[in-house]
Design a protein around this ligand. Structure first.
Ligand code: FAD
Ligand code: NAD
Length: 549
């Protein structure tokens, strides 16, 4: 279980801060009357033993940045009782299991709809895995490495200073600041909306009762009318690897790496594997990227997938395609990866990044008649309702698309369905934003999909190197591709490779969303600021129109 000790916290100025923990000490003292009987106690002790003995079993709940966490004072518990609950026999109208993006959005929507809501999360801070071990630390880390790369490229600095390798956890200094600010911002959202947050592990007793382990062997029981499961996911860990070994990492544990390596194996060339390939090469490590498919990120436009593979190779990444692990040999200061093809790769460490599993194991889903699939994920219908009609689910725990961006919207939409909003709609179109160096972002169909569907499309493209703004800021590579219907000029897909791609994509996304205006001509007939990266849309549109006859 997550440590409940308040460690020495520092604020952004590096000074110590000693304030109160949010969820844990929010005025709710655990009620001993709720402590379970002996049999259950024994069962729980087992669970507990498992957790403390094998903390890596719950990697999603480990905060590698624990040592410098800020604690946020919160006093919203009592206030939330002022909200009138609906007319039923339960203590809460709704309970939210998990305070990540999906849980937060659901809680906000529910409370703004006048519902009496409680959020349960074992962490002593809100934000979920997204803030503590996922999106936020990895993106802040990427930014630090990106700055380092630019710094090294600038002769003004490199002449004056000698470049020295730094361990990953030191580069994470910036991430710690961002996490603290994010936690503080989101805690205020809960406070201002008077949403009660309980720190503890939640599990179901029945479809209207939840048991919360609020402290070691101390349980609290609450009753609710509806529940939403937003417990997120954790890295998938196959039995053949020993994640306690100091040279074996996954995306949670890597944030704790406190030594410098020269060479690292990344097993799994999905989004996490590719993002970390950029981070490690930026830090000067040699990378072996093991891909069990024949192409990197094969759901992308194939030109973009080729471009990232080309750039990776330029930066010294050795991509090994169509390979599969046989076993891993671990030594004190190195590992040897044995592949089924017979190849052997020696390296200082390995990062395993081969998918994630939903955190459903400890929820006692049997008690409510639910079953997760082999990846720990729950099935929901178009209203985010599970097979049990008062239990909903959103975010990573339901699988696709497993993004913080979508999790937030799914949580909000699920809550809208829970309160019976007539205009609620499920999340359907989600852009891809991959924060490799350079970035990749896309929305809509790929060339391959349009070809398979026999849609008569054309392509308009703009290379960043020709844009004034790109030349000013020193962007050397990058392309924007617009796919459009050659007869109607409707935009069907946008694919962007290059820095700022994840921002640039939103211009096209907005146009695609406006059905009546969704045409390539929008970019020709609209005056954009100059010089900007957005000029790529005008250049690509004109390029595309020139191909139409
Ligand atoms: C390295 C990495 C980088 C990523 N980068 C991006 C990115 O750039 N952009 C993007 O959009 N997405 C990114 N993602 C994905 C993103 O982090 C997830 O999609 C997002 O966190 C899902 O949000 P969620 O609310 O479903 O769950 P989570 O953020 O996983 O939060 C779930 C919460 O539930 C709690 N919980 C677990 N068990 C229980 C229980 N029994 N009772 C109560 N609470 C429980 C957990 O403690 C946790 O706080 C990244 C993920 C990783 C791992
Ligand atoms: N920029 C971003 O948006 C961003 C960044 C990082 C991570 N993420 C999210 O994190 C998730 C994980 O990324 P990833 O790179 O580890 O893997 P991935 O989801 O890309 O999958 C990699 C491989 O692992 C397999 N796999 C996935 N889950 C498995 C499981 N439970 N058991 C066995 N095999 C499994 C998949 O089939 C695939 O072959 C992705 O869904 C992604 O959306 C997003």
């Amino acid at each position: 279980m997550v440590s409940k000790n308040i460690s020495d916290a520092t604020n952004d100025t590096g000074k110590d801060v000693h304030t109160e923990v949010s969820n844990k000490t929010n005025g709710r003292s655990p009620n001993p009357e709720h402590t379970e009987g002996k049999d259950t106690k024994q069962k729980i002790e087992q669970t507990h033993e498992q957790v403390t003995e094998d903390i890596m079993h719950y990697p999603d709940l480990i905060n590698p940045l624990d040592d410098t966490r800020i604690d946020i004072k919160s006093g919203f518990t009592k206030d939330s009782r002022r909200l009138k609950s609906d007319d039923h026999e339960y203590e809460y109208d709704a309970v939210v299991l998990g305070a990540g993006p999906a849980g937060e959005a659901a809680a906000m929507k529910l409370t703004k709809s006048g519902k009496r809501v409680v959020v349960v999360d074992p962490r002593d801070q809100v934000g979920g895995n997204s803030t503590h071990v996922g999106t936020i630390p990895s993106k802040a880390l990427r930014q630090s490495v990106f700055n380092l790369i630019n710094f090294r490229r600038d002769p003004m600095f490199t002449k004056a200073m000698e470049y020295k390798q730094v361990p990953l956890n030191e580069v994470l200094a910036k991430a710690r600041q961002v996490i603290r600010r994010q936690v503080s911002t989101h805690t205020r959202f809960y406070e201002r909306n008077r949403i009660e947050v309980i720190q503890g592990w939640a599990s179901f007793i029945d479809a209207h009762t939840l048991r919360i382990e609020v402290d070691d062997n101390i349980y609290e029981t609450i009753t609710f009318n509806k529940a939403i499961i937003t417990v997120g996911s954790r890295p998938y860990r196959p039995d053949i690897l020993d994640f306690k070994h100091p040279r074996v990492f996954d995306s949670d544990k890597i944030l704790q790496m406190d030594y410098v390596v020269k060479k690292i194996i990344i097993y799994g060339a999905g989004v996490i594997g590719c993002e970390y390939a950029s981070i490690f090469t930026g830090l000067g490590y040699k990378v072996d990227l093991i891909n069990n498919q024949d192409q990197l990120l094969n759901y992308l436009d194939s030109e973009i997938s080729d471009a990232i593979a080309h750039d990776f190779r330029q930066f010294g990444v050795l991509i090994r395609s169509n390979e599969e692990i046989d076993h891993l040999e671990t030594h004190d200061d190195y590992v040897v990866l044995h592949l089924k093809s017979g190849k052997r790769i020696k390296s200082d460490a390995i990062l395993w990044s081969n998918g994630r599993s939903g955190n459903t194991e400890g929820l006692n889903l049997e008690a409510i008649g639910l079953k997760a699939n082999s990846r720990g994920q729950l099935k929901v219908d178009d209203t985010y309702c599970t097979d049990v009609d008062n239990i909903y689910a959103a975010g990573d725990v339901i699988g696709w698309p497993s993004l913080a961006s979508a999790a937030y919207d799914q949580g909000r939409c699920a809550a809208a369905f829970m309160v019976g909003d007539s205009d609620a709609e499920p999340v359907s179109s989600v852009p891809t934003g991959i924060y490799t160096i350079p970035e990749i972002s896309c929305i809509g169909k790929t060339e391959q999909e349009l070809t398979d569907e026999k849609v008569p499309y054309e392509v308009g493209q703009a290379f960043f190197k020709h844009l004034a703004r790109a030349q000013i800021i020193g962007e050397r590579s990058g392309v924007l591709k617009i796919l459009f219907h050659r007869d109607t000029l409707e935009i069907l897909g946008i694919h962007c490779y290059g820095n700022h791609a994840s921002e640039i994509i939103h211009i096209g996304q907005a146009v695609m969303k406006c059905k009546s205006n969704n045409t390539l001509e929008y970019f020709v007939n609209t005056t954009f600021n100059y010089p900007t990266m957005a000029e790529a849309y005008r250049v690509a549109a004109l390029n595309g129109l020139n191909r139409v006859f």
